[in-house]
Design a protein around this ligand. Sequence first.
Ligand code: 5GP
Length: 180
Amino acid sequence: MNITKRVSKPRVLISEQDLQRRVTELAKEIDSDYADTTRLVAIGVLKGSVFFMVDLLKQVHVPVQVDFFQTSSYGEGTSPGEVRIRKDIDLSIRGADVLLIEDIVDTGFTLRTILDLLRFRGARSVKLCALLDKVSRRQVEVPIDYRGFEIDDHFVIGYGLDLADYYRNLPYIGIYEGDT
Ligand code: 5GP
């Protein structure tokens, strides 16, 4: 990407304050739902989920282990329906309650692939926590157990979401209106 094309101030879709309020609500729900777990593993999908995951897990008080997946993004020799794991988790999840944490569910292909893999590996339970849900774009069904916000079909950036790896550190969710 040509850096000079970067917009200096994207239009705010979800403010920092609204994000933090919702993250606190989600953490409370998670804490109460997993109060009796014997082993909880939170798994983030790199890199977009990181900012959300850190804020969320700092407010979760049940003991939790942390791990990460990284998948190949589109345009790196894959089509949307073809998701490849670039970095696998390090922990065994057999018998564990797994909470998968993702920044955004768009077509659903990425999450569908990961959810199937986690179940195949013998997790006791697998739930999905996604900050954003672009529900109108869905191509495969993905049940979202903890959903931050439903959004319309915009290309969004900030709070972990990127454009060519820029903008992840915006404290809010903005709408990118330039060329992608
Ligand atoms: P899915 O497999 O659900 O189509 O895509 C999920 C991935 O696509 C997300 O983890 C994210 O990396 C990327 N993605 C989908 N929509 C957007 C968007 O509006 N903005 C950004 N920055 N990434 C997106």
